[in-house]
Design a protein around this ligand. Sequence first.
Ligand code: 6GU
Length: 273
Amino acid sequence: MRLDVVTIFPEYLEPLNVSLVGKARARGQLDVHVHDLRDWTYDRHNTVDDTPYGGGPGMVMKTDPWGEALDAALADGYESGARGPVLVVPTPSGRPFTQELAVELSERPWLIFTPARYEGIDRRVIDEYATRMPVYEVSIGDYVLAGGEAAVLVVTEAVARLLPGVLGNAESHRDDSFAPGEMANLLEGPVYTKPPQWRGRGIPEVLLSGHHGKIARWRRDEAFRRTARNRPDLIERCEASAFDKKDREILSILGWKPTADGRFWRRPQAVEE
Ligand code: 6GU
């Protein structure tokens, strides 16, 4: 997979040299190209922004540097044999970045990221490239960052770990929390390793029992507890048919009731502790 990132802070993308993404690069599974947007400015101050038409606060990133930078990244990619680019535009006004979208992006051969600062990029830039390639405007959550670079790191890490051969174990994605599929999407429960006693704290006994069926059930019950506490919306959106008899038992213990529309519902409650 080829990745291009156009930014006014190339050094913000240094973490792409580290850990999982860094290793994927070193192995040649990811071909990353970070470009400095200011390389396509020609005035003394390397200006990339200007005041917004219609007035209002903040500044807007100018068309020309982005147009030239994206044309250059595209030309370089095509010359190197890359095909099928998609533009990924990080913005708090984008669609939510989810595991499902990470899977979709991981199936594309070439991602071009345009992290912006200020109030964003002149709309005509996105409209122009949307005539040539798919465009995904994505938000990584309901909060506002000062710029899109951190979002590029987030999206890149979520996508890179899905590439064939990047994460040692091909099975590992199947039970990712939020993995798409028929199963109810539950948050993963707690995990433990040696030593068996630490500061007077032991390990849940079932994990030492060697009884695989009981362990699997305990893990699923813990997943329900954690999901009910932290993400009740994930349970609300599941069809009741996604739950087996034992699931319904734990849901009932946690205060959830089946409803006429074939889902589960729990009266909204105050957060514990
Ligand atoms: Cl992708 N960019 C910025 N600036 N803020 C965000 C975001 C992206 N996602 C959530 N907040």
